[in-house]
Design a protein around this ligand. Structure first.
Ligand code: 531
Length: 363
């Protein structure tokens, strides 16, 4: 079994190790445009040795933003603004990824340090948020508009158009955000989707939208480029989305051209009790990897080098995605290599700080 610092080949892309920077919202844009914050925030984590650096959940339409300050890729100017960061990540030997997202009924909300719940229109929020059914996430969120089939088709097209822009910006990996109670997840779960048309009710109906999005993105995303999907493996709630359905969905998404399932959980039920703990979601990645025969990513409270090595070495997942730990330490991969005695190439400018006798940088 490979270890944390073994390469991973996914289609035409070879990742230099098994460590990814998880998509993490920065809530730092005006009109969805990337700026110096994103360049430094993401660029430094490529310098720090991660193999794959994901840009945050990036909205495919303006009303699909979680907050007014979210990153977007619904227009070409936004793609152009990201290109500089992508080429820097690439120059560091890492791959740039982007998580394409639509927040659904959880859209138009305050960024965490400004408040919680829906942003009033005068404060920059928007009047209508879209979802499968007119069921709000919680009391301080808007009651969403139940989308028509034409509106659903419009969002499928918006994901495909966003994928074309991501390709133009130079990204090598797209991750579809189908987790955390956002639009695609809302269609999957019977707790948020009570439709009676072909997008609601039976499993194949509730999974139709995400399968249509995956197929539409795969049609524009080159065969050489991997496509990921982040799912919430369970709603942690009786009668909700659960692991058996996630395994079935993983099989279906593999047929649609998805290469890796990034296994998170929760986000669709405000009152769900989630048993947090080190690597608490890793069993989902393991079960999906084994039962659906697809590569998986483990995410969720992975902070320690030996912990991460164990996840890969025991075949629970093919990559680990680190989130908050990467905010605490952008150079976590370089430190983990030292702890595990692995050989990694340090940036030439930093070699003097590396382990004594660190191998000279491959030219
Ligand atoms: C935290 C979160 C994790 C798991 C379930 C629900 C929420 N994050 C999720 C982020 C936004 C900020 C909160 C995204 O997935 C975009």
């Amino acid at each position: 079994m490979p270890g944390l610092f073994d390469e991973l080949k996914l289609r035409g892309l070879t990742l230099r190790n098994r460590i990814a920077v998880s998509p993490m919202c920065q809530y730092s844009c005006t009109d969805g445009l990337a700026n110096d914050w994103h360049f430094v925030h993401l660029g430094s984590r490529a310098v720090g040795g991660a193999a794959l650096v994901f840009a945050e959940a990036t909205a495919v339409t303006p009303d699909g933003r979680i907050s007014p300050q979210d990153l977007g890729i619904w227009n070409d100017a936004q793609a152009d603004a990201l290109a500089r960061t992508v080429s820097f990540i690439d120059a560091q030997g890492a791959a740039a990824g982007i998580q394409l997202a639509h927040a659904g009924r959880k859209a138009s909300t305050f960024r965490p340090w400004d408040g919680s719940g829906a942003v009033p229109v005068p404060a920059g929020g928007w009047a209508r948020v879209d979802a499968p059914s007119a069921i709000p996430f919680s009391a301080d969120y808007l009651v969403p508009h139940a989308m028509t089939e034409a509106e659903i088709a419009g969002v499928v097209e918006a994901f495909a158009a966003a994928a074309r822009r991501a390709l133009a910006a130079g990204f090598r990996v797209i991750e579809l955000h189908a987790a955390h109670g956002y639009l695609l997840h809302e269609f999957l779960s019977p707790l948020s989707n009570t439709r009676t048309d072909r997008y609601g009710g039976a499993f194949e109906n509730r999974t139709r939208f995400v399968r249509e999005v995956a197929a539409a993105v795969r049609r524009v995303w080159p065969d050489s480029h991997p496509l990921f999907a982040r799912i919430s493996a369970t709603d942690w709630t009786d009668g909700g989305w659960d692991l058996p359905q996630s395994i079935e969905l993983a099989r279906a998404l593999k047929e649609c051209g998805v290469d890796l399932i990034d296994a998170s959980s929760g986000g669709n039920v405000a009152t769900a009790k989630i048993p947090l703990g080190p690597g608490y979601q890793t069993p989902f990645a393991e079960a999906i990897r084994r039962e659906a025969g697809i590569a998986t990513g483990a995410v969720g409270l992975i902070t320690d080098a030996v912990q991460a090595e164990h996840v890969i070495r025991t075949g629970q997942a093919d990559i680990v995605l680190l989130a908050r730990e990467m905010l605490r330490d952008p150079y976590w991969p370089l430190r983990a290599a030292r702890e595990l005695g692995a050989t990694v190439s340090w940036p030439a400018q930093y070699l003097r700080a590396g382990p004594k006798g660190a191998p000279q940088r491959q030219t």
